[in-house]
Design a binder for this molecule. Structure first.
Ligand code: HEM
Length: 162
C-alpha cells in the first residue's frame, strides 16, 4: 500500500510538479466548483413548461357578467364583445375600478366600441343600426381582444338547465 502511494506521489510530482496533497486538494476544489456551477443551470430534463390554466366559465347571462366588473377582487375582470367573453384581468390599468375604461368591465361593450362612445346607453351588445364603418371598427376591436386576451365563455340570454 505504502509503495503504491509512494509511486503515485512520484508520478504526480513528475507530471505536475505538485505534491500529492496539493494535487488532490486542487482536484477536490475543481470538482466542487464544477458541481456548484452545474447546479446554477437547469438541465433540459428539469424544464417542465408551466401550462397556463385558462379559465372556462362557459355560458353566462349579462346579469352574471356584471359581477366580474372588478368590484370583487377575487373574481377575474371580464368584458364581452359580440357575446364572446374575454378575461381582461391582465389590463386592470384599463378596466379595473377607477380606470379609464372601467365602464366596459362586466359588460358587452360592442356598441360602445363600434361607436367609440362612452355613453352608458351605448354600453351593450346591441348592434342594431350600426353602419359598415362602425362594424369594421368593432371587428378591429374584436381582433385585438382575440389576440390579446383569453376567451373564457359566451353570453347567453338564459341559462339552459343541464
Ligand atoms: C381621446 C381619445 C382617446 C385616447 C387619446 C385614447 C388613448 C388610449 C391609449 C393610449 C390606450 C392604451 C393603448 C395600449 O397601450 O394598448 C387606450 C386603450 C383603450 N382605449 Fe382608448 N383612447 C381614446 C378614446 C377611446 C374611445 C372613444 C374608446 C371606446 C369607446 C376607447 C377604448 C379603449 C379601450 C377599450 C382600450 C384598452 C384596449 C385593451 O384592452 O388593450 N378609447 N386608449
Amino acid at each position: 500500500m505504502a509503495t503504491v502511494w509512494a509511486t503515485t506521489t512520484e508520478i504526480i510530482f513528475e507530471y505536475t510538479g505538485l505534491s500529492a496533497t496539493a494535487f488532490f486538494t486542487i482536484l477536490a476544489m475543481m470538482l466542487v466548483t464544477y458541481k456548484v456551477v452545474c447546479s446554477m443551470f437547469l438541465s433540459p430534463d428539469d424544464f417542465v413548461p408551466v401550462k397556463k390554466q385558462s379559465l372556462n366559465l362557459g355560458d353566462m347571462t349579462e346579469e352574471e357578467l356584471r359581477a366580474y366588473n372588478g368590484s370583487d377582487s377575487e373574481k377575474p375582470l371580464l368584458m364581452a364583445i359580440r357575446g364572446q367573453i374575454y378575461d381582461v384581468s391582465t389590463s386592470k390599468m384599463f378596466y379595473g375600478p377607477g380606470s379609464s375604461y372601467a365602464m366596459f368591465a362586466g359588460r358587452d361593450a360592442s356598441r360602445a366600441l363600434a361607436l367609440l362612445s362612452f355613453k352608458p346607453e351605448d354600453i351593450n351588445g346591441n348592434l342594431e343600426g350600426l353602419g359598415d364603418a362602425e362594424l369594421q371598427i368593432l371587428l378591429d376591436w374584436e381582433c385585438k381582444f382575440m389576440e390579446k386576451y383569453d376567451r373564457v365563455g359566451q353570453l347567453v340570454l338564459k341559462k339552459t338547465l343541464t
